[in-house]
Design a protein around this ligand. Structure first.
Ligand code: SAH
Ligand code: AVI
Length: 331
């Protein structure tokens, strides 16, 4: 563990070590040698990728962010009153904008004590820790830079009050179905009987609305998608030409998820020097970069149940675009 920042009120620990640089290398080795090439979406989020994601959140076509913010706006006070929560653990915290609504509610209830953001992106954890510390008097922030698939045991132990563990934005939908249940099971180990999981999930809806959200007219999602190639170029000394790849995003009705892919517009021979690996792309060949699952209430309930959790409350918007579920350890 590397301590990235430490003052009386702010501590940020990084669990991303040299091994984690190898995690990208190993993922690239596995993913680019498969018959159908694939890379994990967690590698999008270097500083530029996190910035591009924040721009996506502002796009008119990208409904999830504003819809989830609306739900939180309406429900945060009730959730805090129901749980008496004084701590917020946020997994995949990004810019921590949504956390503010929960922190405001805890402050208003007089219970606010500590915020624990965890993200793979060091810049977002550091920036959020600094800004939130300034904005909330007396708040302690303990940031964790790490991978929520591997570093959840480094989330600090609870202190006095019950806590909320939040995974918002629909990020759970970016994991494949089996991995998703594994992630939820690990998250369940963070919960005591008084604690609650807040899970933000995008819902199944009109396919045109979904596909527009991933094919915005300003091309920001396309740049976000290509950023993965910039990351591999920089981190592994590769020579992808990102402009030789088209952004592709479509809704797969059978799996009920969006697939984002990068399609080679011409034959490409790519050298990944650090791995001593040459990868060939035929013209038209695709690399899958992300799935983004769209849920039904039934599917969420069965995933929660498989992870030893039970649904307690279900909050959605008036068009049923997005949902926030509150769940607890199954009794
Ligand atoms: N929660 C925010 C950000 C969502 S974007 C919101 O709702 O707007 C997804 C965030 O999850 C990014 O900040 C990304 O860096 C982080 N992330 C993605 N995969 C992760 C992983 N495996 N472990 C930890 N963080 C991850
Ligand atoms: C972070 N995650 C939930 C986003 C999503 O919608 O699946 C990432 C994203 N990909 C393209 N646009 C946004």
């Amino acid at each position: 563990m590397r301590s990235v920042r430490e003052t009386a009120e702010v501590q940020v620990d990084s669990w991303l070590t040299e091994d984690d640089e190898r995690s990208l290398a190993n993922d690239v080795l596995d993913g680019l040698t498969k018959p159908f090439k694939e890379l994990a979406p967690k590698h999008f989020y270097d500083a530029r990728g996190s910035e591009l994601f924040e721009r996506i959140c502002e796009l008119p076509e990208y409904y999830p962010t504003r819809t989830e913010l609306g739900i939180l706006h309406a429900q945060a006070a009730g959730i805090v009153a129901m749980t008496g929560a004084g701590e917020l653990v946020e997994l995949g915290s990004g810019a921590s904008d949504k956390a503010r609504l929960l922190l405001d509610a805890m402050r208003d209830a007089g219970t606010l004590a500590r915020y624990i953001p965890l993200d793979v992106s060091e810049t977002v954890v550091n920036d959020a820790a600094q800004i939130l510390r300034e904005d909330y008097e007396g708040l302690r922030v303990h940031g964790v830079v790490g991978d929520l698939e591997r570093h959840l045991e480094h989330v600090p132990d609870p202190e006095a009050a019950p806590r909320l563990v939040a995974l918002l934005g629909g990020t759970i939908g970016n994991f494949a179905p089996g991995t998703r249940r594994g992630v939820l099971s690990k998250i369940a180990t963070l919960l005591g009987p008084e604690d609650r999981l807040l899970l933000g999930t995008d819902l199944v809806k009109d396919v045109h609305v979904i596909e527009a959200a991933y094919n915005d007219s300003a091309g920001v999602t396309a740049e976000f998608n290509r950023n993965l190639l910039h990351v591999v170029n920089r981190e592994l000394d590769a020579d992808f030409d990102p402009e030789a790849f088209d952004h592709v995003a479509f809704f797969d009705r059978r799996h009920e998820w969006v697939e984002m892919r990068l399609r080679a517009t011409r034959p490409c021979s790519v050298l990944i020097a650090e791995l001593d690996l040459r990868v060939e792309f035929a013209a038209g060949e695709e690399l899958r970069t992300e799935i983004s699952t769209k849920f039904t209430r039934e599917r969420i309930e069965s995933d929660l149940e498989a992870a030893g959790l039970e649904l307690e409350s279900w909050f959605t918007d008036d068009q049923d675009l997005f949902a926030i579920s509150v769940s607890r350890l199954a009794g």
